[in-house]
Design a protein around this ligand. Sequence first.
Ligand code: SF4
Length: 240
Amino acid sequence: MKEKIKEDDRSEGQTLEDLVFFVAGKFMLKLSEIYLSIQGESTFTGLPCIFIRLSGCNLRCKYCDTKYSYETKFEKSSKDILKEIQQYKLIKLVEITGGEPLIQSEIYELFLILYDNNYKILLETNGTINLKKVPKYVTKIVDIKCPGSGFENSFLMENLKHISLQEDEIKFVILDRQDYDWAKVFIKKHDLQKYIILFSPILEKLEPQKLAKWITNDKLQVRMQLQMHKYIWKSDQRRV
Ligand code: SF4
């Protein structure tokens, strides 16, 4: 599989190494922070994970808990990002998040250099930007925004074609009963039961017990998740 992707990504007469090192040192990515923590969401919850938070977002969700990522704190090339995360030696799980990471086209070079250095890559994206160019080796965790966010019509429906049933995950962040009902209808209407679906209650806004009850009452085939990092550390603590 890896060899196949390598072939697809290179131009004629160019080795992968040529390509990676040409592009990785050339363009700069805008960043908010890079740190090691415990993965608090998705089916990778609980694993040590390096977070690369890119800056900038095309949405302004009402409940956004990473507003600080709207502003750029520093810039780095993909090659320098790789150097920085290599300090974490044994940790080979990386999440690229934001903000909205896909608004920076330089991200595709970062995917390639991380992949070529044997990292398992997770991408958190808000679902509004076309996923067509995201390589198959990247596990996508794709938000579908509910009404509570203020952006319930923002999901790009075409993206359903680019979300893998086995590898990727679809996430609904649930603020209240209205969001829950909206998500339930959306899943049914667009036949999403076949995907891996996450329901995540917003901490301090929706009691997990309530969401658990709604899911079990409806026998909904979704995976409920809590933002584990917000339970380990304070809910507003940064770099966790
Ligand atoms: S998409 Fe994410 S980062 Fe952007 S405003 Fe919404 S919650 Fe915040």
